[in-house]
Design a protein around this ligand. Sequence first.
Ligand code: HEC
Length: 312
Amino acid sequence: MLLKIAKTAALVAIATCTLNASDFNAQAEKDRIALVKYFEAKFDNPLKDKNVFFPYSTDDELENNFISGLKFQDFSEGNYSFSKNGRMSYEEIKEFPPTEEFIEYGEALYEKPFANGKSFQDCFPNPAEAGSMYPYFDETKKDVQTLTVAINQCLTSNGEKAWKTTKGKIAHLEAFFAKSAQDDEKTIDVKIDSAEAAAAYERGKKYYYTQRGYLKLSCAECHVQGAGQRVRNESLSPFLGQVTHFPVYRLKWAAGDKNNDGLGTLERRMSGCIKDQGQVPPANDSKEMKELLFFMAYMSNGMKIDGPDIRK
Ligand code: HEC
């Protein structure tokens, strides 16, 4: 009997030992490092490695339009990181960034009192923190928290109406938070400190790698294996760095908005991709969407936050 208890105790000790906090992110860290290596190799010398990485691109494109030798941080610029043509128009637009006025609207919203006298400052006392701490896994609620959902929770818990989660006020406020994080030189720093957080990461990863829609494509087929290739008139951006720069001002969104307000949230952008795959996207406050974001953010860990940015 005593021996049995001793054995059980020893087993429990081994189990707790192997499950110390630093181990919960072991798989995620392996995935992340492999992804960084993959992209640095892929965009090191695209013409030379054409057969490995770009069998469908022309030599002319690889030689004349590709920027080579990209490193980790470079990937935050999406398809402008590797395309010379894309970069040129990007830099032109950035001379007079259309995002400036939206950051100002966001700052005004941040300071404006709610009907009860409180304001966003009570929910998010430090704007640079608000722009860099999400998404994170809440160990009490056992659920991923995203900035978009946290903003609406702040509104409703103060008796205000929730905002639309795609554009308008929410994008303005997020732009102000992102700019504050950028000014404070914050980086993406997603932590996985429990078995539940690791499971949420795995579910997000599964979503990213699952083929869906009539084309049977996964996010990864376009943004990992496909990154750098063209789809109609767009070059596919690399997965690495895909979440560092939101909200984003898109020329396409501005053209379709009566106030020329082309700013949109990350959730809006991703829903667009999911719709293009011929699928109904998960709601922006759903577990699926939050876990997808959690996985995506982890994979860009260590990169600078550089939103809001501009895209075609
Ligand atoms: C058929 C190919 C295709 C698939 C599949 C696809 N996307 Fe995209 N995605 C695009 C294209 C084209 C763009 C616009 C060019 C670019 O920035 O990559 C884009 C852009 C994006 C952007 C914006 C990048 C930036 O720098 O602003 C994000 C984020 C994104 N996709 C996420 C996803 C996610 C998540 C999935 C899976 C749920 C997905 N995409 C599936 C083609 C695809």
